[in-house]
Structures are given as structure tokens and as C-alpha cells.
Write a protein that binds this ligand. Structure first.
Ligand code: CP
Ligand code: NVA
Length: 313
């Protein structure tokens, strides 16, 4: 049973599928004006608080968690680095032990992945990785729901990820491989995904019948793709490297020429925020094949499903 959600690999296939199914139900209910109810007719998270411990900025993750908690009858309590200065004013274990006395779950956005692991080790409530330098597992759930809505299935879909082998790429590889997708990655040679993540994703792909392939050729990755995904070339915390990275990543830009190698029905994906004119051209991200705002919306529905699952509701 899922105790914490620190990595997209924390979900075995059946649990990932169940969570996505639940997110679809929650989305349909919410869009038809119904509220998700517990067996007594009340909102399922009445009286529950989710602490949002964020060391970095956020629009989507924060609002999706806060709105999601409100919709389920609970609330979110946002704590920025200025508020609690985790590891400075107070140690990470002490933050975890304190929060566990007041709240029912913790979502943490951190620089170092080890920080969410430490929070999970010392918390007595579920901890969710709301983005670390290694993974962005909530994003991957929303991406899989978006792909499912567009293609009506997941196993066998070819998902091309072009750009930096970063946190978003890692979680996509892991969840994609778990769910039987063919994930084709193209990154500059020095910006490939973490070797441990590659090994784990390849194991998952062997179990699911999916595939993981890596190259330095965007055209090779995009060839025949059902979806083409990119993310910023310099992530939060790497801003000082942006100028140096730009020329190296230029051949990895998602533009009309590259998209011509994908299938005609291929959708364009980005976790946002985007740098238009860098990793993706404006005509692509704002064009008819773009599903970026569906991905953003689906953060709400999958994160609601995730909290309900972690709290056994
Ligand atoms: N995609 C995503 O996580 O967006 P935020 O950084 O705004 O939360
Ligand atoms: N890779 C990006 C994702 C932002 C949602 C970052 O870590 O900044």
C-alpha cells in the first residue's frame, strides 16, 4: 500500500492505473458539479490539513494542492522557505516531527531529493514529492491522465521526450515504463537522465512490455511519436547555467520541422512554465496540437486522487 509518494516508481502498475482511474472519476464528478462524498455524505477530507513546504516557487503544484484540498473539504497550509527555512532555522527531521503532530499529510518541493526522503523518514504522516532535483512524480501522473484522455489507452503509445534529462524526464520515464509506454528520450550527451533512473525504468519496461530508448537525436526520438514532450533547458536552481546551455540545447527545440517527424495526431506536451522561443516555439505551444493546459488542469484531479489514496479515503 502506498505510504509516501516520493518517486513515480513508488506506484506499481495496478496502483498507478487505479489512481488514474480515480482521478478520471473525480474530474467527471467535479465537472458535472457533484462533490466527492464519503459514506456519510460528508466531504472526505473535512478537518484535514495538507502542509505545503516549498523551497522553490510554484503556480500549478501549489494551487492544484490547495484547491484540491478545499474541494475535498480540507485545507492546505503553505510554508515558503522564508517561513520555516528548513535545515536552517530548524532541522528537516524536526520539521517532519512537528508537522506530523498537526497535519495529515505533507507535500514538499525541495532542492535536494534527499530532503523529501528525510521528511518521509521522520514524518508519521504521508509525504508527497512536489518536485525535487531528481523527480517530479505528480507531474507525471497528470501527463499520463492527459495522454489517456487523448488516446484512450496508454500501453504501446510512443512518448518522445526531447531536451534536458531532468526531474520531469525521470518521472515520465519511470511512470511511462510502468504503464507500458514506449518512452524515447533525446538529450545532449552531457545532459542524459540519471543512470540509476534509466536502469529502474528499463526494469519497469521489461515487466510492463514497454520500452525505454535513449539517443542524442531528436529526430530519432520523435519519429512516429504519439506525443512530443519538452521542458525548460535550465531548471530551478540552474538559472546560472542557462546561457551556457542555450547553444547546446538549440537542436532540441520543439518546432514545426521537428514535429513533422511525429505522427499526424501527435500531441505536444510541456509541464510549464515554458520559455517560448527556447525549448519550444510559440506556434507549437499555442497551436492546436498543444495539450499543455490539459496537463495543468489534470494536476488538480490526479493530486486529489493521490491525497485520497495516501489517506486511505
Ligand atoms: N509544472 C509545475 O510543476 O508547475 P509549477 O512549478 O508552477 O508548480
Ligand atoms: N524541470 C523544471 C520543472 C518545473 C515544473 C524545474 O525543476 O524547474
Amino acid at each position: 500500500m502506498l505510504q509516501h509518494y516520493l518517486s513515480a516508481a513508488d506506484l506499481p502498475r495496478a496502483e498507478a492505473e487505479a489512481l488514474l482511474q480515480r482521478a478520471q472519476t473525480l474530474k467527471a464528478e467535479w465537472n458535472s458539479g457533484e462533490h466527492c462524498r464519503d459514506s456519510n455524505g460528508g466531504l472526505p477530507l473535512q478537518g484535514n490539513t495538507l502542509a505545503l513546504v516549498f523551497e522553490k516557487p510554484s503556480l500549478r503544484t501549489r494551487v492544484a494542492f490547495e484547491a484540491g484540498m478545499t474541494q475535498l473539504g480540507g485545507n492546505g497550509s503553505y510554508l515558503s522557505a522564508n517561513d520555516i527555512d528548513m535545515g536552517g532555522r530548524e532541522s528537516v527531521p524536526d520539521v517532519a516531527r512537528n508537522l506530523s503532530r498537526w497535519v495529515q499529510a505533507i507535500a514538499a518541493r525541495v532542492f535536494k531529493h534527499a530532503t523529501v526522503e528525510t521528511l518521509a523518514r521522520y514524518a508519521t504522516v504521508p509525504v508527497i514529492n512536489a518536485l525535487s532535483d531528481l523527480e517530479h512524480p505528480c507531474q507525471a501522473l497528470a501527463d499520463m491522465l492527459t495522454l489517456y484522455e487523448r488516446h484512450n489507452h496508454l500501453a504501446g503509445l510512443r512518448l518522445a521526450y526531447v531536451g534536458d534529462g531532468n526531474n520531469v524526464c525521470h518521472s515520465l520515464m519511470l511512470l511511462g515504463a510502468t504503464l507500458g509506454l514506449d518512452v524515447a528520450i533525446a538529450c545532449p550527451a552531457d545532459y542524459r537522465p540519471d543512470p540509476n533512473i534509466i536502469t529502474l525504468a528499463q526494469q519497469r519496461a521489461t515487466e510492463s512490455g514497454g520500452q525505454i530508448s535513449l539517443s542524442s537525436s531528436p529526430i530519432e526520438a520523435v519519429a512516429g511519436a504519439d506525443a512530443v514532450y519538452t521542458d525548460v533547458w535550465a531548471s530551478m536552481g540552474q538559472e546560472h547555467e542557462a546561457a551556457r546551455r542555450r547553444p547546446l540545447f538549440q537542436p532540441y527545440q520543439i518546432n514545426a520541422d521537428l514535429l513533422a517527424h511525429a505522427q499526424e495526431h501527435a500531441v505536444i506536451m510541456h509541464c510549464l512554465p515554458a520559455h517560448r522561443g527556447e525549448e519550444i516555439t510559440t506556434d507549437m505551444i499555442d497551436g492546436p496540437r498543444s495539450v499543455v493546459f490539459d496537463q495543468a488542469e489534470n494536476r488538480l484531479h490526479v493530486q486529489k486522487a493521490l491525497i485520497l489514496t495516501l489517506l486511505h479515503k
